[in-house]
Design a protein around this ligand. Structure first.
Ligand code: HEC
Ligand code: HEC
Length: 464
């Protein structure tokens, strides 16, 4: 018993230290707020074709043989009983398609992370707030591997298509295991896969192309209906240049090479067109319009210079705010400054072939558009604040908070998730803001409002 305890302490010590060693913190910036300019985008795609491609398309390139998946399908459907339009043959977040070599396979799609129940309906485009990456994927992956290898001989198409995606699943397993529910490791997923790809032709490389940071960072998942207003993508504004290339980054999970990537990119012009048709969901409960009108005046005084104006005269200024000014948890921005993933990306097929995209970190967080903000709790890039009322009154933010993650449990009074404040972060479903990267500090702009003013601003936010 004692032996294990000591071992655990050593491990704990190493784990606690590694994030500090892994990331340089606090970069000075000479600027406080900067406007990020637009780049021209190809918006000539077909929206319906874009949605169809997202739900049925072959953009992941390879996957698990369809016949193997078939057995577990009903179990998955039982756990996720929602449907998205046009979907018949599999759970909404799984695509059945022909892999690069013709094998019939399945893999996850974008809606694994970019759809969630709002009310009784599954809403495409809202972030999956119940993301849960606490389990290590190595074990389930090993089980599937044994199964597939037994069933399909070497040289069969199914076996080959599986072996390709399986190499990437092995690579990501240790890099996406997270300390708590409610956060999403998409950035790490990209980092892990790109580590194993040749930057020019995107083929698999066993040897690592760059060292990874030794800390599994994660974030909230932003809503996709804001893409049409944005000049750059991602919480840190790092996604620059052509959006079709940035949007398709998940392909590094399974495509064979850059020739395949090119075909996918052409289809992602349609995906971008579909994203431009997305609208923020309307607030479904009652709104006090007089109070909201008062809130609008206050919003324009205190918030618009960063978040823009709404209604008749919509202006979204695309501002990147220095971490040193917004003072929210810096670790995600530190990570963006330190990761070697961006160097790889900026010399890769994604950056060096037409239409070019790049990843450029400047140590800030984007002040996002607030359309449909009522539906996108929890708040901040790290999902640390459960309601708008708490966001605009920093003293009230809970250090530890618990909710029923799988349930849409809306708090009309505070606008966001119903939650229970706890005294410690030990509970399985408790969000712990003391874990490095998930601090709920910063964005103190609502603190100066009087209670009645804050209420009015929140009422106005419901109308966006
Ligand atoms: C494993 C979960 C996951 C999958 C799968 C995934 N995403 Fe994301 N996506 C995220 C997370 C998390 C972010 C936030 C990262 C950040 O901003 O730093 C994000 C950010 C984005 C953004 C930027 C939005 C903004 O406002 O800046 C777009 C657009 C996007 N994803 C589209 C897609 C598309 C299209 C696919 C499928 C090809 C996809 N995503 C697959 C988790 C995922
Ligand atoms: C100096 C610029 C600035 C001002 C002023 C400002 N904000 Fe923000 N706001 C930001 C930034 C930057 C973020 C993102 C911070 C992060 O995610 O770490 C943000 C985030 C938010 C979010 C959470 C968005 C999300 O999707 O999680 C809300 C809501 C919000 N602000 C509302 C307001 C309101 C209301 C006001 C006025 C009382 C205001 N802000 C004033 C810069 C600003």
């Amino acid at each position: 018993m004692k032996k294990y305890l000591i071992f655990g302490l050593i491990l704990g010590f190493v784990a606690c230290n590694s994030y500090k060693d892994a990331l340089q913190t606090a970069y000075p910036t000479a600027w406080k707020v900067k406007r990020l300019p637009a780049t021209s985008q190809n918006l000539a795609g077909n929206p319906e074709a874009g949605l169809d491609y997202l739900l049925h398309g072959d953009y992941i390139g390879s996957g698990i043989p369809y016949a193997v998946f078939k057995g577990g399908e009903q179990r998955i459907k039982k756990k996720f009983p929602y449907e998205l339009e046009g979907k018949t043959d599999a759970p909404y977040f799984i695509n059945v398609f022909e892999a690069y070599n013709g094998a019939k396979v399945v893999s996850g799609n974008c809606f694994t992370c970019h759809a969630a129940p709002i009310g009784d309906e599954l809403l495409a485009g809202v972030g999956r707030y119940a993301s849960d990456y606490r389990a290590n994927l190595a074990m389930p992956n090993a089980i599937v591997k044994t199964f597939v290898r037994k069933r399909y001989d070497k040289g069969t198409k199914e076996r080959e298509a599986f072996e390709l995606i399986s190499k990437y699943t092995d690579a990501i397993s240790p890099m996406v295991e997270l300390p708590q529910i409610g956060i999403n490791p998409a950035t790490r997923l990209a980092e892990a896969c790109m580590q194993h790809r040749d930057p020019v032709d995107l083929t698999y490389r066993a040897e690592l192309q760059y060292p990874a940071i030794d800390y599994n960072i994660a974030s909230d998942v932003p809503p996709l209906w804001n893409v049409k207003k944005k000049n750059t993508l991602y919480y840190t504004g790092i996604g620059r240049g052509d959006f079709s290339k940035l949007l398709m980054q998940a392909v590094v999970l399974g495509i064979p090479d850059s020739t395949y990537a090119r075909k996918v990119q052409e289809r992602f012009v349609d995906v971008l067109a579909w994203l431009h048709t997305l609208e923020a969901p309307k607030y479904p409960y009652e709104i006090d319009q007089d109070l909201a009108a008062k809130g609008e005046v206050l919003f324009e005084e205190h918030c618009s210079k960063c978040h823009g104006t709404y209604g008749e005269e919509e202006i979204y200024p695309n501002k990147l705010v220095s971490v040193n000014l917004v003072k929210t948890d810096p670790l995600y921005a530190d990570y963006a400054m330190d990761t070697k993933l961006h160097d790889w990306y900026n010399k890769s097929w994604f950056a060096t072939t037409y239409p070019a995209s790049s990843l450029i970190a400047e140590y800030g967080y984007i002040a996002p558009p607030l359309d449909g903000i009522w539906a996108t709790a929890p708040y901040l890039h790290n999902a640390s604040v459960p309601t708008l009322d708490d966001l605009l009154n920093s003293e009230n933010r809970p250090t530890y908070w618990k909710r029923d993650w799988e349930k849409y449990d809306f708090d009309e009074a505070k606008v966001g998730w119903k939650y229970e404040a706890k005294n410690s972060g030990t509970g399985k479903y408790t969000f712990d803001t003391t874990i490095p990267g998930y601090g709920n500090q910063g964005h103190y702009f609502g603190d100066k409002l009087k209670t009645a003013e804050r209420k009015a601003v929140i009422e106005y936010l419901k109308t966006l």
